[in-house]
Design a binder for this molecule. Structure first.
Ligand SMILES: O=c1[nH]c(=O)c2ncn([C@@H]3O[C@H](COP(=O)(O)OP(=O)(O)OP(=O)(O)O)[C@@H](O)[C@H]3O)c2[nH]1
Ligand SMILES: [Mg+2]
Length: 197
C-alpha cells in the first residue's frame, strides 16, 4: 500500500481523505498522528495560497511528498464570506457550531432564492525539489435556515444540495465523496498522483 501524508488536523477532512485516497490505493496519515507539530499559519488570501503554504511547510519538515487542503464556503448574499476564513468565522478556536450560528444570523433577512452558496477546495501537492501542484474543485448549493443531518463536518448541516434535495450532513459519506468540492478537486489530481507514485 502506498502511504500519503495530508497536512491537516481537521478530523472531518481526514475521514474523507481516507476514503477518497483509499480508492486510489493509498493509506493516509495526517498531522493528527503528529500532535506536537503546530498549525501552519494560513497567511494567504486565496485557497490556492493557503493550501500551498501548508503543503510546502510540512513537506520541508518531512522531506517527502505532502498534500494539503484549503477549503471553505462562499455565500453570495454576504459578498463571498466566510470564504478563506470559513474555519475561523466566529473566532480563532474554529468552532463549527458557532460558525453555523453566526452564518444563520447574518442571513436572517435573506430570502430563500438569494441564499446561494458554494464550497470551494484547493488541494496542493508539495514535492521535494519540484514545483507545487494545485488543483481546485467546487460544489454548488443553498444555505438553509435550520440544521438538518448529522454526517460530515463544518457547515454541512446547513448546506443544501438542490439535485439531491438534502443537506450535505444528510448524505451518506459515499454520496458526499462523489459530489463534494473535495471530491471534484481530487478528480483533477488523479493523473498527477499516478505520475508521482
Ligand atoms: O461543511 C463543510 N463541509 C466541507 O466539506 C468543508 N470543507 C471545508 N469546510 C469549512 O471550511 C473550513 C476549512 O478551513 P481550512 O481549510 O483552513 O481547514 P482547517 O483549519 O479546519 O484544517 P487544516 O486543514 O487547515 O488543518 C472548515 O473548517 C469548514 O468550516 C467545510 N465545511
Ligand atoms: Mg486551517
Amino acid at each position: 500500500m502506498k502511504e500519503l501524508l495530508i497536512a491537516t488536523k481537521n478530523a472531518g477532512k481526514v475521514k474523507e481523505f481516507e476514503d477518497l485516497f483509499g480508492e486510489l490505493g493509498f493509506t493516509v496519515t495526517s498531522l493528527l498522528d503528529y500532535p506536537s507539530i503546530e498549525d501552519v499559519e494560513e497567511t494567504g488570501v486565496t485557497f490556492e495560497q493557503n493550501a500551498t503554504i501548508k503543503a510546502e511547510a510540512i513537506s520541508h519538515l518531512f522531506g517527502k511528498i505532502v498534500v494539503a487542503d484549503d477549503s471553505g464556503l462562499f455565500v453570495d448574499a454576504l459578498g463571498g464570506e466566510p470564504g478563506v476564513y470559513s474555519a475561523r468565522y466566529a473566532g480563532m478556536e474554529k468552532n463549527d457550531e458557532a460558525n453555523i450560528q453566526k452564518l444563520l444570523t447574518n442571513l436572517e433577512d435573506v430570502p430563500k432564492e438569494k441564499r446561494t452558496a458554494r464550497f470551494h477546495c484547493a488541494l496542493a501537492v508539495a514535492i521535494p525539489d519540484k514545483e507545487t501542484i494545485v488543483v481546485e474543485g467546487t460544489c454548488e448549493g443553498m444555505i438553509t435556515t435550520e440544521k438538518h443531518g448529522e454526517n460530515g463536518f463544518g457547515y454541512d448541516p446547513i448546506f443544501f444540495v438542490p439535485q439531491l434535495e438534502k443537506t450535505m450532513a444528510q448524505l451518506d459519506k459515499e454520496t458526499k465523496n462523489k459530489i463534494s468540492h473535495r471530491a471534484n478537486a481530487l478528480k483533477e489530481l488523479v493523473p498527477v498522483m499516478k505520475q508521482l507514485f
